[in-house]
Ligand binder design. Structure first.
Ligand SMILES: O=C(O)[C@H](O)[C@@H](O)[C@H](O)[C@H](O)COP(=O)(O)O
Length: 240
């Protein structure tokens, strides 16, 4: 794993830098394999990044969009991660509908939809049920409790090693999430973190030792590159 940590002067600089790194990673993936598989994060921090990507001129047919986690709400619900990315970005560019691979939330149950998406990933990447495909880029955020994707502290999802997709649990509300081994298989994982409220969580995530079940983002140790892009306020927590 190659770890890169950058602290940017403010939120605007963080978004500009993340846009540039994302564009580079998309280009590298397309050169490597003819396409780029990109998993998006929810939350407020990446929204301006998605808005910035909406004005780019990209080979949209080569980009395949996934989500690292989803809230269990209809696709047009204000809390839907899919809806946020569509409104900020995907609805404004010429990406083929078949290149957008949302986590389903309209099935019989969260369990059934998690299992369906696990199968969908296997089919898309052409891998067996017990294999973990390699995403080109996975975008992530962290919560004040150091959760990432929908991998919340001390939840069952953190222990799942034999599936790509599982159920997350936010204070009793079901979510659907990538598992730790799926995220860790990626070519590149990029965390975007802004604001002073994230300092305590970041301090524990970057500490020499701390329990990953309490600070789930510590589990993220991808095969490829691990980027932490922080604004100045969040970055106070990791300055030597
Ligand atoms: O669906 C979600 O809520 C996320 O994917 C989640 O893990 C998010 O990235 C963090 O909670 C950070 O959220 P903010 O960017 O809003 O701080």
């Amino acid at each position: 794993m190659k770890k890169i940590v950058e602290v940017l002067p403010d939120k605007a600089a963080l978004i500009e830098r993340s846009r540039d790194v994302v564009l580079t990673k998309i280009q590298e993936a397309i050169q490597r394999s003819g396409r780029c598989t990109l998993a998006l994060a929810g939350g407020g921090t990446p929204k301006p990044l998605y808005e910035a990507l909406a004005s780019q001129n990209l080979p949209w047919d080569k980009l395949h969009i996934f989500w690292g986690d989803e809230r269990y709400v209809p696709a047009d619900h204000p809390d839907s991660n899919q809806a946020m990315a569509r409104q900020a970005w995907l609805d404004h560019v010429d990406i083929p509908a078949t290149n957008i691979h949302p986590i389903p939330t309209d099935g019989e149950s969260p369990e059934a939809d998690a299992s369906k998406h696990d199968t969908q990933l296997g089919e898309f990447f052409g891998v067996a049920a017990d294999e973990f495909p390699q995403f080109d880029l996975i975008l992530l955020g962290i919560g004040d409790d150091a959760h990432t994707a929908s991998l919340f502290p001390h939840t069952q999802a953190l222990q799942v090693c034999d599936r790509r997709i599982t159920l997350g649990n936010k204070e009793g509300q079901p979510r659907i999430t990538f598992t730790v081994p799926l995220i860790n298989q990626a070519h590149c994982v990029m965390f975007l973190v802004a604001g002073a409220g994230k300092q305590p969580a970041l301090a524990q995530i970057f500490a020499a030792e701390a329990d990953p079940l309490t600070y789930p983002a510590r589990f993220i140790q991808p095969q490829g590159e691990l980027w932490w892009l922080l604004d100045q306020q969040a970055g106070q927590a990791v300055k030597g």
